[in-house]
Structure formats: C-alpha cells, structure tokens
Design a protein around this ligand. Structure first.
Ligand code: A3P
Length: 382
C-alpha cells in the first residue's frame, strides 16, 4: 500500500514536470519564432530603404550629368549662342529636387531600375520644336528681350534668327527642330524671328505646328521704330536718302508712304488681326519696348509669369550704362563679365524734322488706338 502510494506520487510528479517542460518548450519556441520574424522583417525593411536610397542617388547623378551634358552638347550644336547658363546652380538644384520622378522609377515593377532610368524621357538632352516664339516687332527690342529672358536656366533659345516660318518653311519641321538648342525636360525652347509678326502666312503655319505656342511681341512707338529701322538700313547703305524723303510721297509731308517698309510695319493692328484669327489673346504677351529700356526687370518679370517660370531673372541681373544709355547685363550666357548688347543695338538716330515726326504721329494715331483696343493695353504713344 505504502509502495503504491509512493509510486503514485512519483508518477503524478513526473507527469507534472513533463507538462511544465512541455509548456516551457512551447514558450521558448514561440519566443524564438517571434524574434526571428521580427529580425527578418527589420532586415528586409532596411534592405528596401537602402535600395531606395541607392536608386535616388543614382537618379540624381545622371539628371545632373544630363543638365551639364545639355549645355555642352548645345555648345557644340548648330546654334552658336546656346545657353551655358543651364550650368548654373539653379538648374542643378532643380534637377536634384526632381525626386518624384526618381520615386516613380524606384516603384516601378520592372526590376531593372538603371535601364528604366536611361529610358526616362527628358533625362537625355534633345532638340524640340519651340514652345515660345518672339515674333516681333523688328527694331522694338526683340534682341534685348531674348538676351534677358534666356538668362533664365529653364529657357533655351536658338542663337540666331531661324526664319523658318517665313523663308524656310518648305524645309519642314524636322529641319526647324534641328536648329533648336538641346533641352532637358522642363526647359522651354524659344526662337526669335521678328519678321514673323508681319509675314502673312506665318500665323497659320505656327498654328499648324502647335496651337498652344506662346507668342511674345515687343512693341514700341511706331514712329521711333520707323526711325530705328531706317537708321539700321542707312548704316548698311552709304547713299541712302533722308528719312523724310522716304517716309512721304512726293517729298511733301501730306501723304505718308505706307508702302515703305519702316512705315508699314508700324501699323501693328493690321498684323495683329491676322494673328488673332488663329490664337487667343491669352496666348500672346505684349512687351513694351519703352519699358524694356526703362525697367527691364519689370518686363522680364511679366514674361516669366506668362511662361509659368519662377522669377529668377530680376533687377539684380541689370545695371544701367550711362554711356550707352541702355540697361546692360552683369553677365549673360555668353559672357560672365558686365556687358551691353552689341553696337547695332542702341544706335544714335539721325535728326528728323519735327514736322515730319508730328505728321507720322498723326498718321499712326488711329492705328495705335485700334491696337490698344485689340490688346486691351494703352501704350500711351503720343
Ligand atoms: P535702336 O538701336 O534704334 O536704339 P531689335 O533688337 O528688335 O532690333 O531692337 C533694337 C532696339 O532695341 C534698339 O533700337 C534699342 O532701342 C532697343 N533696346 C532695348 N533694350 C536695349 C538694350 N538693353 N540695349 C540696347 N538696345 C536696346
């Protein structure tokens, strides 16, 4: 009986310790399973993060390289005065901060991010048809406008006047695009040919290229513009007649010669009406040639707003050169030292008989009023 009770007790003891050992084992297994699961999750998380970081840094580097490639490529390109200013820190910052694009690449399901990176449009500099045209008006300050706006790192412009829509249209858009500078995504391609404004076929042709083309038009008092136009022509022809002889029929001031180019171009409303058949006023920006001289930063501010650009070009870029009598640049894409536009810009005008000037003012008055009406801007030309 005694032996039986001892055996019974030891049996119940050993089964209890067995149960305890079993519980301990299960607990240990659970703890080790949880620990491993946590460890694996954390390892995989940090691997993902480091992959993403690598991708972002990979992405940043080629975008920067692209922007500098863009500059160097375009320096080598057919357009001589391409835009080295895209090397500026502004562009670099802009490219680096383009993280959304990079995240897009990292999230892609392809699994070969480097190759995807190369395929991203916009990372490689390429030539594009212009988004924006400076269409005129000749001798109103079109060169100044172009030189000022191309200080912006997001604007790249063809250096010389391409004359595609008026002289070389038959060569086709491919030819035209080849004359554009290299750009990367986000940069505006611009071209200036002042004769576009007055050439009959051009509005329709530009419309056919791109209905959304933005048009910049610098205008100036048509009398001063005519004298400027004449001064330029006279500088190329030694035996040029006097302005007064050319601007009027039969030498008297009664009949204005509206067939003479310098006079004809000043009838802005006539040309504008043609453009308005194809483009809404909202796609046109009128820049005052007078104000571009008096307050270039103000006008360039308006242009930047119109083009949806950050206001990067400000009064800090300009200084007034008293000798030249015009605003000049501290630096530009072509030169890093202070300089003014060339000798052909800001010429001295010859003396013109005040009576001739008065007669021309009278002639232009109704056309100017029509122009103010069409544009909704009173330029206050006398
Ligand atoms: P003038 O040379 O008759 O003074 P465009 O570039 O369209 O041919 O226009 C030339 C005109 O731009 C010049 O005419 C001048 O008046 C004007 N202009 C405006 N800003 C200027 C600047 N900063 N330097 C020189 N000329 C400027």
């Amino acid at each position: 009986m005694f032996v039986m009770s001892i055996w019974g007790t030891s049996l119940s003891l050993s089964s209890r310790s067995l149960a305890i050992a079993l519980v301990l084992c299960v607990t240990l297994l659970y703890i080790s399973y949880s620990f491993n699961a946590c460890l694996l999750a954390s390892i995989s998380r940090s691997l993902q993060q480091s992959n993403l970081r690598n991708l972002l840094s990979l992405t940043s580097t080629p975008r920067n390289e692209s922007s500098s490639n863009s500059s160097s490529s375009s320096n080598d390109s057919a357009t001589p005065a391409s835009n080295p200013s895209t090397n500026s820190s502004n562009t670099t910052n802009r490219s680096i901060s383009s993280v959304p694009a990079a995240v897009g690449i990292a999230n892609s399901s392809d699994g070969s991010p480097k190759y995807q990176l190369l395929r991203q449009p916009g990372l490689r500099p390429s030539r594009h048809l212009p988004d924006t045209l400076i269409i005129g008006v000749k001798k109103s300050g079109t060169r100044a406008l172009l030189e000022f706006i191309r200080l912006h790192p997001d604007v790249r412009a063809a250096g010389s006047e391409v004359h595609f829509f008026d002289r070389h249209y038959q060569r086709g858009l491919r030819w035209y695009r080849h004359h554009m500078p290299y750009t990367i995504e986000g940069q505006i391609t611009m071209e200036k040919t002042p004769s576009y404004f007055v050439t009959k076929e051009v509005p329709q042709r530009v419309y056919h290229m791109n209905t959304a083309t933005k048009l910049l038009i610098v205008v100036r008092d048509p009398v001063t513009r005519a004298i400027s136009d004449y001064t330029q022509a006279a500088s190329k022809k030694a035996d040029m007649k006097r302005f007064e002889q050319l601007a009027f029929v039969n030498g008297s001031y009664s009949v204005v010669d509206t067939n003479w180019g310098p006079v004809k171009i000043g009838v802005y409303s006539r040309y504008l009406e043609r453009w308005l058949l194809y483009f809404p006023l909202s796609q046109l920006l009128f820049i005052s040639g007078e104000r571009l001289i008096m307050d270039p930063a103000y006008e360039i501010g308006r242009v930047q707003d119109f083009l949806g650009l950050k206001r990067v070009v400000t009064e800090k870029h300009f200084y007034f050169n008293a000798t030249k009598g015009f605003p000049c640049l501290f630096k530009s894409e072509a030169r890093s030292t202070p300089h003014c536009l060339g000798k052909t810009k800001g010429r001295n005008h010859p003396h013109i008989d005040p009576n001739a000037i008065e007669r021309l003012r009278e002639f232009y008055r109704p056309f100017n009023n029509k122009f103010y009406q069409l544009t909704g801007i009173n330029f206050a030309w006398a």
